[in-house]
Design a protein around this ligand. Structure first.
Ligand SMILES: *Cc1c(COP(=O)(O)O)cnc(C)c1O
Length: 491
């Protein structure tokens, strides 16, 4: 299996075939594009039938081995088994089996319309990012040990990604994590989740500023190529290919667990921000998984909903990016969207280069086919199964109330966005699976507002805010940051 960049020059693609392990530790391709397999591996009906009864780790192995062909199968199997355990994904609700890893729960089944929730947030940080990040931690440790190398992960977070990365990398040999967060700007729960880690390879840095200051520091350090090389700096952002592959697995799992034959139709609704989660659904569908619709759900930051309604992709400026009650979806520019656009324009890398150059220079592109637009490929979007919708804060609050009343469970704000949009897209004879992307305990403020009571916390999280915290406070000063990193890596 070879990987190509969405922006490759024809000559470059044929010269340097990249394998899974070559792109595992990196981010963007050198030409600024994103990596994708040169062809999507295909899955047969017989394989699907055989996979229906597999434990999650075995299913993950079957799918991973189609993409990571340069890792010995026995090693890959061991990595999948180490990652997807009932012990790691232990935060299942009462009535859900932790060993299912991503248990399904039927919310409604009437008049031929079926609404199902697939829990992806039972991992250590109570959000779906654990599904991929836990595997990434084990893959990184494995790959680094083989090369006798080390890696220092450097990033900025305002919540879910940073904590998922820290819980995936804690205690891993050859890896350190330096994570910036805006001092006193995260919720008490999120702060406690990160800062209570006592592992010596985890470095929490609270920056006296806002999230943008943290991100500017990451950029400044990343642009210093000498420093980056010497300090072996890497990232784990959402464009990482291995993260996308790990996410492909639960679409298969959801489909297979919701059906008894491959004739049955299933759609997915996905609370979306950077388009990483739903991009994995697109890839599962391209592999031959019989997904009917992929419904993109956004909040007030509706850059993706706008594209899937109109064909115009218009990235937002910071002033136009709202802070909402579903903060992990507050994005102005969807970093994985280029992977879908590449398929949409028939894998024409020249066209991808032109379109994303236009994003950088003019803030977007328009594929609606209207006079003056950049193309008419929007007409092909429905053939890829995509639909979309959005929610407002009030709609999420109402959905949290209605779901508690009608189905007896408490959901978080991101999942509420998904349920709201899924209900608008229910079809007779098609099971709709909503991906639950976080547990309510993470976003308790809105639960209090909606229900007048606190969200239940999974066992072990009861007193997390009172645990001792380990972090340093730093001004937004790039030189101080570099000194801090170097003094802790000893490189
Ligand atoms: C990251 C995240 C999302 C958005 O996922 P993308 O892959 O960025 O589209 C949605 N919900 C929660 C809780 C998240 O942490």
């Amino acid at each position: 299996m070879h990987y190509v960049s969405t922006r490759a020059e024809a000559s470059a693609a044929s010269q340097s075939p990249q394998q899974f392990s070559d792109i595992l530790l990196g981010g963007l391709a050198p030409d600024g594009g994103l990596y994708l397999p040169s062809v999507y591996p295909q899955v047969s009906g017989a394989e699907l039938d055989a996979w229906r009864k597999l434990p999650y780790a075995d299913l993950a192995f079957e799918i991973l081995k189609k993409f990571a062909t340069d890792i010995p199968e026995a090693d890959l199997k061991a990595l999948a088994e180490k990652t997807y355990t009932a012990e790691t994904y232990r935060n299942a609700r009462a009535g859900e089996k932790a060993a299912d890893i991503t248990p399904l729960r039927v919310l409604e089944d009437k008049g031929g319309k079926k609404l199902v929730l697939q829990a992806l947030s039972n991992g250590p940080t109570l959000a779906f990012k654990d599904m991929a990040m836990q595997l990434l931690g084990n893959l990184f440790e494995y790959a680094l040990a083989k090369k006798n190398a080390e890696l220092n992960i450097f990033g900025a977070t305002s919540g879910d990604t940073g904590s998922a990365a820290e819980y995936a990398m804690r205690g891993k040999k050859g890896i350190r994590v330096f994570m910036l967060s805006p001092h006193k700007k995260m919720s008490a729960f999120q702060t406690a989740q990160m800062f209570s880690l006592q592992d010596p390879n985890i470095f929490n840095i609270a920056v006296e500023g806002v999230f943008d200051d943290c991100q500017d520091m990451v950029k400044a350090v990343s642009n210093d190529l000498d420093f980056k090389r010497k300090q072996k700096i890497g990232t784990v952002n959402s464009i990482n290919w291995a993260r996308v592959v790990a996410q492909v697995v639960y679409y298969f799992r959801g489909y297979l667990a919701a059906t008894t034959s491959n004739e049955q139709k299933v759609s997915f609704t996905v609370p979306s921000g950077n388009f990483g989660n739903i991009c994995a659904g697109h890839i599962a569908r391209m592999m031959g998984l019989p997904i009917d619709k992929l419904v993109v759900a956004t909040n007030e930051n509706d850059v993706l909903d706008e594209f899937f309604r109109t064909g115009a992709y218009r990235v937002r400026k910071s002033a136009e990016t709202y802070h909402t009650s579903s903060p992990s979806m507050d994005i102005s520019k969807a970093s994985n969207f280029e992977r879908f656009v590449y398929d949409l324009v028939g894998r024409d890398t020249k066209r991808v280069r032109e379109l994303f150059h236009k994003v950088e220079t003019q803030g977007g592109f328009d594929l609606s086919g209207q006079p003056g637009s950049d193309g008419d490929e929007f007409k092909l979007v429905s053939a890829y199964g995509f639909k979309s919708g959005k929610s407002t804060h009030d709609e999420r609050v109402q959905t949290i109330r209605a779901v508690e009343k009608e189905y007896g469970i408490v959901i978080d704000t991101h999942t509420a966005d998904g349920i709201k949009v899924a209900k608008e897209n229910l079809e007779e004879g098609v099971t709709m699976i909503v991906l639950e992307t976080a547990l309510a305990a993470k976003f308790n403020e809105t639960i209090l507002e909606a229900l007048g009571k606190d969200a239940e916390r999974p066992a072990g999280f009861e007193n997390i805010e009172s645990l001792p915290q380990r972090f340093v406070v730093m001004p937004p000063d790039v030189e101080k940051m570099k000194t801090y990193i170097a003094s802790n890596t000893g490189l």
